[in-house]
Design a protein around this ligand. Structure first.
Ligand SMILES: [Zn+2]
Ligand SMILES: [Zn+2]
Length: 650
């Protein structure tokens, strides 16, 4: 297997080869932008010139077809990648000769920055192959590179070889194109890209390619991309009518359609039950908080880039419209909450605490609002308002380890309940930078203790974790949990994080067993991260085919003809009575269309009722997962589904 560096060189070299291929057969005057290696492949930016073959550049398809075939040919030509360095003046002359105004601009930039020697990559082939080239490529291409060959011979020994491509570039590249597997790359897609990433500049054409070490890896990647597209929760969410966005309501503020709200409620019910069993207490807090609160907590200062500006609550809208000013004494500034923590701290402070009150575990599914730029909003994973499954644990020093262990067990239990195994969980332990301990809140004792305990618990529980020194927030060390979905993509969900900052800022205390005041240890934790995000992950993980207990629509009843709608309603009532999410399809569609629709929606059970079912008090059931078909008594079916719901089987 090649190492990463080789793969990088291969991808970068393919970028050069791609534009060489275009110059050879489509546009000898092609003007080049940048062309780096990227994750999974490469791209190159360019502009078509007047010399471009108008017939060939009519469609993306013909560009790709011609270019790709020529790239394969170039790879097989065993072209050398030769590196030389030239002084600024010679480089500029060379680029002018090659007709590359944009590379020339980059060259000037580099010279301005103080570079005296510029790196040039030259592709060459031997004389025999060059003769074939004359017959095969555009005449202008051949002429240009004959001139380049003559010119470059003055600067370096080309050993009689012919130059097929030149670009100013620092590399690195492969030594010869024969190192590149000819069947493990493809051209992927087109895009537009501004020169130098600046929207005031000209828009160039960009072609992306993907490239791997083997044909199999390329195949796997393509399959994964196809699968990911099908699973994209934005596509699936629409198809399954789970959520919607309305311009009138506002960007990044999802609306919960009944099915989605049902799924949310199901998950929340499970969450509530799990928290009761783990001896958490429930608290509730408002959506807005006085500016004072955020000043004390510090968010006003260090979190302002994620918060919305305050609103004035010391007057009515009517007063404000009339242009009335609020006098200072009456002014009240409120902020939408970006976090629940300061509220939970105020709840802590609402009553005096003693060492016997601990541990306190307080949870809330709290909706928070964070600033996101218009252009960055996407589906359920990037929204402006979302609901965290939040909790804060306050405890004594001697309880820290036990509490942490409980939280980690809890997280793993939650993941398992949704079908993610422990092997699919990747953990990141973030510690403070030992060389720069001054920049952190809290004292050394607290940091030592919590960092050691986090490590110990991660070790004891045999978590697959990576330690990252210097990655801790200024207020405390943390463990982040990412789950891998069935496509191997990692999603950040749970975090648990110590906090030395808020207890100090809010002066949180308790009376210890010696009747002295002491600071409690405080831990933030979320299991899903947010409901929106977690549901998005679930949709993609299950590709919309949810296990029964999570399915937004659990059962669809399809009568074979209109006259059985009454019996269908009868079955519906029995299921509905047991809180099962069920609908009857009494639309005007044909029977076979109804069945197809239900299958498209991936409803776990389709119940079919007709004459025989009605007279026997039975239902015919089609199981989505196994494609089985079975007949059973209605009551038996209802009881079985109730049990399946309670067991939350996957
Ligand atoms: Zn290069
Ligand atoms: Zn918190």
């Amino acid at each position: 297997m090649k190492n990463n560096e080789n793969l990088f060189n291969q991808r970068h070299s393919l970028a050069h080869i791609m534009v060489q291929a275009i110059q050879r057969l489509i546009d000898p005057g092609l003007e080049l932008g940048v062309g780096p290696a990227i994750e999974n492949g490469f791209y190159h930016d360019f502009l078509w010139s007047k010399q471009a073959d108008q017939e060939l550049i009519k469609t993306e398809e013909s560009i790709v077809k011609t270019t790709f075939k020529e790239m394969q040919r170039i790879v097989k030509e065993n072209q050398n990648f030769l590196y030389i360095e030239l002084p600024g003046k010679e480089t500029k002359e060379l680029l002018k000769m090659l007709g590359q105004p944009y590379t020339l601009e980059l060259c000037d930039d580099l010279i301005k920055e103080g570079e005296t020697k510029l790196g040039i990559y030259i592709n060459t082939i031997n004389g025999q192959a060059a003769e074939k080239l004359l017959a095969h490529t555009k005449p202008d291409y051949f002429k240009k590179y004959q001139e380049a060959t003559n010119r470059l011979t003055k600067h370096t020994d080309l050993e009689g070889k012919f130059v097929t491509f030149v670009n100013m570039c620092k590399g690195p590249h492969v030594e010869s194109s024969k190192e590149i597997p000819v069947d493990a790359f493809v051209l992927d897609k087109f895009a537009g890209a501004y020169w130098k990433w600046d929207s005031n500049n000209i828009m160039m054409t960009r072609i992306y390619g993907v490239s791997f070490e083997t044909k199999e890896e390329l195949k796997n990647y393509q399959l994964m991309m196809e699968e990911a597209k099908k699973r994209d929760h934005r596509v699936l969410g629409k198809k399954l009518s789970l959520f919607s966005f309305s311009e009138n309501v506002g960007l990044g503020l999802p609306l919960w359609l009944p099915k989605w709200a049902g799924l949310f409620r199901t998950i929340e019910d499970f969450w509530n039950e799990a928290h009761r069993k783990n001896w958490y207490e429930f608290v509730r807090t408002p959506h807005i908080g006085n500016k004072k609160l955020w000043e004390i907590s510090g968010h006003w200062g260090f979190y302002s880039e994620s918060m919305y500006p305050p609103m004035e609550a010391g007057q009515t809208l009517e007063d404000q419209k009339a242009g009335k000013k609020v006098n200072e004494a009456d002014s009240e500034q409120y902020l939408l909450k970006p976090m629940n923590c300061p509220f939970h701290v105020e709840i802590y402070k609402a009553e005096p605490k003693s060492y016997r009150d601990f541990p306190l575990r307080r949870c809330e599914t709290g909706t928070v609002y964070r600033f996101e730029k218009k252009g960055q909003l996407g589906g359920l994973t990037r929204v402006r308002g979302f609901t965290q499954d939040d909790a804060h644990i306050m405890c004594r020093k001697d309880q820290v380890e036990d509490e942490l262990q409980r939280v980690v067990k809890f997280i793993l239990y939650i993941y398992e309940s949704f079908g993610f195994k422990k092997e699919d969980v990747k953990v990141y332990l973030s510690l403070r930078d030992p060389k720069n301990t001054k920049k952190y809140a809290g004292n050394d004792e607290g940091w030592e203790l919590t960092q050691n305990v986090l490590k110990k618990v991660a070790d004891d529980m045999k978590l697959d974790y990576t330690t990252e020194e210097g990655e801790a927030a200024f207020y405390g060390p943390k463990l982040d949990f990412k789950v891998k979905d069935c496509l191997g993509r990692e999603w950040q969900c749970s975090t648990l994080q110590f906090d030395f900052n808020l207890p100090e800022r809010f002066d949180m205390t308790y009376i210890n067993n010696k009747w002295e005041e002491e600071r409690p240890y405080m831990l933030h934790r979320a299991l899903f991260g947010s409901f929106e995000r977690f549901i998005g992950v679930l949709i993609e993980h299950y590709a919309g085919a949810f296990p029964f207990w999570l399915a937004p629509e659990q059962i669809r009843i399809v009568p074979v003809a209109d006259k059985f709608v009454d019996y269908a309603d009868n079955v519906y009532n029995k299921l509905k009575d047991k809180w099962i999410r069920v609908i009857v399809d009494d639309s005007a569609d044909s029977f076979s269309k109804k069945i197809r629709n239900a299958e498209l929606m991936k409803v776990p059970y389709i119940v079919i009722v007709g004459e025989k079912e009605e007279s026997d008090s039975t239902v015919s059931v089609r199981v989505y997962k196994t494609k089985e078909q079975l007949t059973m008594k209605v009551d038996e079916f209802v009881n079985e589904k109730v049990r399946e719901n309670e067991e939350r089987s996957l």
